[in-house]
Design a protein around this ligand. Structure first.
Ligand code: 9YW
Length: 415
């Protein structure tokens, strides 16, 4: 594909997915499987909406931040309307927020998306941005205060990373006791093929972590200090580093003093070497309870480019992982024994991560690599439609169909 707008029919479908998944001011990731507002999905949705409805794009971000907690956290799910089709729902989280929400956060891509949207039409976006800016600032401060105690970004639940069951978390998950969570009924496996979803042992542990949070009243300091899971996440580290820079640029455009944000970015950048694993030759997750590296390299390691972090070794590793598959970037290392090309974050190619990687590669001047990523992602969507994720070896579409963020990245980047 050389002409970037060669498929008006697919553009039309992508717009129809965004508007079809619109529930009034917010967008669900896909009908049925994910019936609420998810944090980073919404930020991508906003970017997608911006290609045909700027006002709606800003509204998506406003709605997301309307659920911000008093301490600045923007939760990973907002349960605007009850829906029995998803587990764990608001009663399980028990956060007592209004609107009801989960008790953890998700990758902070909002400032990066807000900057992309703002730059499409700065004049039209100025007032919307001015209203949003202090909320984004408070959220970034929350990351700094609650999650950056060890330098890089820590997560307290694999769901916080947005890459639920990727092998990065295996060593941390091994310490979580999921044997006492009681009976529950999963809903995800009723919507999509169970072999493409996390297994039951994973789910038991996910629920045990939610129960810990609920039992301590979602006291974030207690969860970090004594919760069952605490791992350094290369993915959010790079995403937040990039987002700090984007937030600072937005602040400058509004005439604010951004030295505080610049300071957070400098501190985070200085901590990045602590997640370089010389053995696996890559940026690697770390169990912060033991200091141990996970020993697993996946797509998140290469979000480094997004944060203006690069090295010849990183380039070499990127090529190794990428050349082992055919379609986009694998979420886990194809050479590892955990690699599972259709099981969620244990191998599949995720269009949305490919898009983030490509933004970083483009900014670093790696145009050939960025274009390869775009082309391979576009091929998947052209052949199969707007699925949640794909088998990176044979392109089999996986997970949910008519997916919001896949449609969004088609309109903004892949198509
Ligand atoms: C779940 C909505 C979310 C994404 C996450 C993805 C998945 C939800 O779906 O988590 O129930 O497992 O892992 O990144 O935001 O698309």
């Amino acid at each position: 594909m050389t002409n970037p707008r060669i498929s008006p029919a697919l553009d039309e479908q992508a717009r129809a997915i965004l508007t079809g998944n619109d529930r009034g001011g917010y967008t669900v990731p896909t009908d049925g499987l994910y019936p609420y507002q998810w944090n980073w999905d919404s930020a991508f949705a906003a970017w997608g909406f911006a290609t045909f409805d700027l006002d709606r794009a800003w509204t998506e971000l406003d709605t997301l931040f309307s659920a911000q907690w008093a301490d600045g956290m923007v939760p990973h799910i907002i349960f605007h309307k009850p829906d029995p089709g998803y587990f764990p729902g608001p009663d399980v989280w028990g956060t007592g927020q209004s609107p009801e929400t989960s008790g953890i956060s998700q990758p902070p891509v909002a400032a990066t998306m807000a900057r992309l949207i703002f730059e499409m039409d700065a004049e039209a976006g100025r007032d919307r941005l001015a209203a949003l800016y202090p909320r984004m600032l408070a959220w970034h401060r929350w990351w700094r205060d609650q999650r950056c105690g060890s330098g890089v970004v820590a997560i307290t639940h694999p769901w916080e990373s947005g890459r639920d069951n990727c092998p990065d978390w295996d060593i941390g998950m091994a310490n979580v006791d999921g044997s006492n969570v009681g009976e529950y009924t999963r809903r995800d496996t009723g919507h999509v093929d169970a072999s493409m979803r996390p297994g039951k042992a994973d789910y038991d542990r996910y629920i045990a972590m939610v129960q810990f949070g609920r039992d301590c009243g979602w006291d974030q300091s207690e969860i970090v200090a004594n919760g069952p899971f605490l791992m350094a996440d290369p993915g959010i580290t790079f995403i937040l580093l990039r987002a700090h820079d984007d937030l600072a640029a937005l602040g400058r455009a509004l005439g604010h003093d951004v030295s505080e944000v610049e300071g957070w970015a400098a501190d985070l950048r200085a901590a990045v070497p602590s997640i370089w694993n010389a053995e696996t030759r890559g940026f690697d997750a770390r169990d912060l309870k033991t200091g141990r590296f996970s020993g697993r390299i996946g797509s998140a390691a290469f979000l480094a480019y997004l944060a203006n972090v690069e090295s010849p070794e990183l380039d070499a590793r990127m090529t190794e992982l990428w050349d082992a598959v055919r379609y986009g970037f694998p979420s886990a290392d194809p050479a590892s024994e955990e690699f599972d090309p259709r099981r969620y974050w244990r191998g599949p190619s995720w269009p949305v991560v490919n898009a983030l990687m490509a933004i970083g590669l483009t900014d670093r001047g790696r145009h050939a690599a960025a274009e390869r990523l775009r082309r391979e992602t576009a091929e998947l969507i052209e052949a199969h439609g707007f699925f949640e994720y794909f088998d990176p070896i044979d392109g089999t579409p996986c997970g949910g169909d008519a997916f919001t963020w896949t449609a969004a990245i088609w309109l903004t980047w892949a198509g």
